[in-house]
Design a protein. Sequence first.
Length: 98
Amino acid sequence: MSQKMRFFGPKVHDPSLAAKDAMFKLAREQHRRDVCNARLQDLEKELQMFSEEFGSRLHDLRISMKEVFHAAPEMKTFSGSPDEAKSEGLDSNSHDLE
């Protein structure tokens, strides 16, 4: 076959070489995809473990904070006006820092 055939790459004399080259490129891309997918799965597992750990710690912190607030009645919230807070001594700006 004297006519050069054109595939996806440069002109080649032997179509079987072009096919081999294409197969090699395809295999390389499939390997790359497999490696990326494996890494993505590892990252998803790490994220899931982090999320579960974070959620567990957040839950424990909330329970701990509730226990602290229930144990200390002086840590109540004040819903009155700023003037009422001053009269009850709850205004943080009323303290003299000297």
